[in-house]
Design a binder for this molecule. Sequence first.
Ligand code: ADP
Length: 556
Amino acid sequence: MLAFLGSLVAAATEPAIPALLKTLLDEGFTEQAFPMWMIPVALIGLFAIRGMATFIAKYALSYTANGGMLAMRAAMFERLSHADPKLFSEQSASKLSNTVVYEVQTGSTMLVNGSLALIRDVMTIIALLGYLLYLNWQLTLIVLALFPPLAWVMRTLSKRIHRITRISQNATDELAYVVEENVLAHRMVRLHGASEQQARRFDQLSHVLRRLALKATIAGSAMGPLSQVMAAAALSAVISIAMWQNTTSGVTVGGFVGFVTAMLMLVAPIRQLAELAGTITRGLAALERGLELIEDTPLQSDGTHQAERVRGEILFQHVGVRYPGKEVAALQGVDLRVSPGEVLALVGPSGSGKTTLANLLPRFVEATEGTVILDGTPLPDWSLTSLRRQFAMVSQDVVMFNDTLAANVALGAERDEARVLEALRSANLGELVDSLPEGIHTPVGHNAAQLSGGQRQRLAIARAIYKDAPILILDEATSALDNESERLVQEALNRLMRGRTTLVIAHRLSTIEHADRVVVLVQGQIAEQGTHAELLAAGGVYARLHAQSQGGVLAE
Ligand code: ADP
């Protein structure tokens, strides 16, 4: 509102300048109607008011726009946090961060500047036109005839800019994706001498972006000159007619100069208006992406059932999972009952569906057939927050945040330092903590890369111990650690598993032998189940895998 008012005042001062000139020329020189000192006072005063009004308008609009950006970013992040997991397999991290961080910023900056100038220019044009009408309405009609072709040019070029902007956004995403991949895979890229290949890939995309940027500039910059030429045509028409009018109907010199000055002043805002169309279009296209993310990203369906702590009875009823675009189902007709407190080992060749089965529980993957029931309630009926509180997960790829040890262990929960320390000690990390000068307040760095493989695994275990969830999902590391590290990890795991229902994707014979039951998956179906001894005796798939096992690790 304030922005609008400011622009209004700023614009209203525009016709005052030619009006002042006209008064000066008509009366000032001829009749000395007012003292000389009034001239600088009037002029400076006029510009001061205009400057103040512009400043207020700018600040007010920026205040509103930044508020809007804040709200939009918050809404987008909220969406990301509750989005259907499908989103993350469909869109790259770089694209999402591009939208949330960069596009919204560009969009709002362009829109703020664009709308501010738009309000100012439109107001100026209206005010000047009003003044022109007052001076000489016939001549003003010629000026008005300028607007329809101007609008047409603006519309056509804006459409083109919109299209180019959308294509550029995708190209920028791809460029960011190449950077992301190269950052994450920097070791592999160097080891395989793939730097040049990657540089070419990057270069190609950069060139595409450059071409698009040039195209956008052509479209954007064509507007100004085109509109200026049109304005010049109108101006010459006006001058010719005015000259002719002058001879027939004695227009004063002041009147004519006032009219032409006002008209000349009209050219600048018209040209700016034409160029603004480009800026605003680009801003809108950028914001559109943000809005699409908010509106088109489906939220994961949520139920209402809540429970403080489940007993841990899990029932798979004829469960099937088929990933989109895949011919073969990842899981098929799985019927399985896990009792509270049971340790269940999932084994099977790679690609047999073990991870998919485990991911069904916290609803990272949805069953496309059948139901999974936890403590008597089907998973979709559970409140997602409450459901996910029931699980702790320790997987092969340990994910750590760039924060302190304590923050990583107490992730998402309230931080109780004594408990954090206890969890770290139970996870056999006591010595590490003691050796660090800042103890549990030591930052771990990007994905805790300074820690050894075994330490990272134990840190993940400490996090699970801290969470103290009734059900545990373990994805055992396939690559063996050295003996000492292995022992420390195993000890930590044993402490973690105590008293919890555990599903472990197992590769080690020692884990499998200690499990209450072993379920063997083959091509998404349960091939056999029983204890290690029973399965060996049965002489089926498991016995075959066991016979081929090496170094305490089951064959895949
Ligand atoms: P395992 O853990 O036993 O190695 P997975 O559960 O990872 O097996 O995979 C089972 C099957 O599902 C494989 O054929 C795999 O290619 C496929 N699959 C796994 N995750 C996805 C996914 N996100 N999208 C498409 N297919 C997948």
